[in-house]
Design a protein around this ligand. Sequence first.
Ligand code: HEM
Length: 141
Amino acid sequence: MLSARERAHVTQVWDLIAGHEAHVGAELLLRLFTVYPSTKIYFRHLGTCPDEAQLQSHGQRMLAAVGVAVQRMDDLRAALSPLADLHAQVLRVDPANFPLLIQCFQVVLASHLQDEFTVEVQAAWDKFLTGVAVVLTEKYR
Ligand code: HEM
């Protein structure tokens, strides 16, 4: 459960991202695939070297889901339920990949926000994204 202050940090940063989902999402995916190439195994259909349009297309969808999570922070489990089914039962993404994505997300945010991405803001985003990852990884059987 995020405190009122943590929520404010998450929303504040999201307001800066909103409208740039494709760009930020593409950057996030490129970083993930570069730093942790093993994650590319789930994206074989994009080929060995996804182009910018593919990165933007998936990045946009991923970030839009993060936007939904920001809007429904109190209701994450219900808001992300279909996405949790997809990742656990259809895609079968190993949960170990989520912390890797979270780490890359924070690096992308820090590189854009610079001084605004304070230790406190980062901690709030870490907690928020971890909450999203917990929901997305709890439907494995
Ligand atoms: C698909 C969000 C983490 C692999 C998707 C979709 C969304 C999404 C919105 C599209 C669903 C649809 O089209 O119906 C997220 C969010 C994540 C996350 C919010 C964490 C914060 C991951 C991780 C991996 C992954 C860690 C693997 C490293 C995939 C794959 C697809 C997918 C392979 C299908 C791609 C395609 O259809 O082209 N994800 N995802 N996701 N996700 Fe995730």
